[in-house]
Write a protein that binds this ligand. Structure first.
Ligand code: FES
Length: 130
């Protein structure tokens, strides 16, 4: 059974869509269920000179949990340093949603991996531009 927050987030997901010319893009899919997710990020520096996620959007073709976890991932990650964003794991995402049924934990993994891939993509692009 889904928590109230999962269902509410599913009905009114945040930061849905694409970012034109993203600094990083992560595409992930789960071959078992067929769900697919794209995570777009824009990176900027804060006053301390640390790289932060200035903007993040997701496009998710998936189940209730995939849509809820990807939405909550964006609200958690927005404004975070890249270093902290890389520490968002499936447990933190599930906790933010008031828990997930055990059979749906893999959906939060999809969101976590999408963000990590987007950050990796940003770092690779930056390295090849240097
Ligand atoms: S069932 Fe595939 S991500 Fe949820």
């Amino acid at each position: 059974m889904y928590s109230k927050k999962v269902l509410e987030t599913f009905r009114f997901p945040k930061n849905i869509g694409e970012i034109k010319n993203p600094d990083g893009l992560g595409k992930v899919g789960n071959p078992t269920c067929g769900d697919v997710m794209w995570v777009y990020i824009k990176v900027n520096k804060n006053k301390k000179g640390q790289e932060i996620i200035k903007d993040i959007k997701v496009k998710t073709f998936g189940c209730v949990a995939a849509i809820s976890t990807s939405s909550v991932l964006t609200t958690m990650a927005k404004g975070m340093t890249l270093e902290d964003a890389l520490k968002i794991d499936k447990q933190k995402i599930a906790k933010e949603l008031g828990g997930l049924p055990p059979s749906k934990m893999h959906c939060s993994v999809l969101s976590m991996e999408g963000l990590r891939k987007a950050i990796e993509d940003y770092k690779n692009k930056k390295a090849s531009a240097d």
